[in-house]
Design a protein around this ligand. Sequence first.
Ligand code: SAM
Length: 281
Amino acid sequence: MDQSVALYIVPTPIGNLGDMSPRAIDVLSQVALIACEDTRHSGKLLSHFGISTKTIALHDHNERARAQWIVDQLAAGQSIALISDAGTPLISDPGYHLVSHVRQSGFKVIPLPGPCAAITALSASGLPSDRFSFEGFLPSKEKARADKLLELKEDPRTLIFYESPHRIEHSLTTMAQVLGDDRQVVMAREVTKTFETFLSGPVAEVLATVSSDLNQQKGEIVLMVHGHRAAEDDEAIPTVAINTLKLLCEELPLKKAAAIAAQIHGLKKNALYKFGLESDL
Ligand code: SAM
């Protein structure tokens, strides 16, 4: 471990204990104190790895009050580690106020890389990963959820949400209503665990699968949504033009079919050609 006094941000496994890194064990064993979201929950993980460092609670309700106390410990030469119940602290978990206060007070904050459900799920989703937006949990109230999705509807980046199993059906339903039945989604469930499942397809199809199989409504879930594609915009390419393009593609190469469909419907041939490529026509 780096010998300087610091607050260490330490990710912990999101389901598979084999994902605990040797460096994480090293840091957690050597700091003076570990700040945990829930000391009882983390106690089990720490004892599994033979870590006997003293723990203190740091959660949403006491984080601001605790922050100055932690700075006082750092000033007294004690290094501290922050962990959450699972995954990377601060990612839909407490820690932001603490890190901000520690930095403003002039102390080092040293992050360790490690498990994070959003990044782990995205890496295997098959959705574009060059640009994405992590959105945390959607609001639980229907109207607020629909408003949030409306705000994101035209975002071209892949969207990543955390979702609870008892709200997954509601969220998929609202997504189908607001983003359209055909928007591609990937639902990653129980990542790194025994029942790890990836469901992907148009949101209406994934919703049908989830509604008809209660097992899909259990465990922990990351829901990812393909970003908005201009070529999928109903206003940009009307369904009638898509149908013409599909028919023509049965007889002609895509380039020619796109040019004719564009002429018939007064559209840009490049937009139809791009749509054809993306839809594998
Ligand atoms: N800080 C954590 C991280 O780095 O991923 C996330 C904490 S957030 C309170 C918990 C949410 O993360 C769960 O409700 C679920 O949406 C997602 N999550 C955590 N573990 C997961 C897993 N193994 N598979 C799928 N989603 C998971």
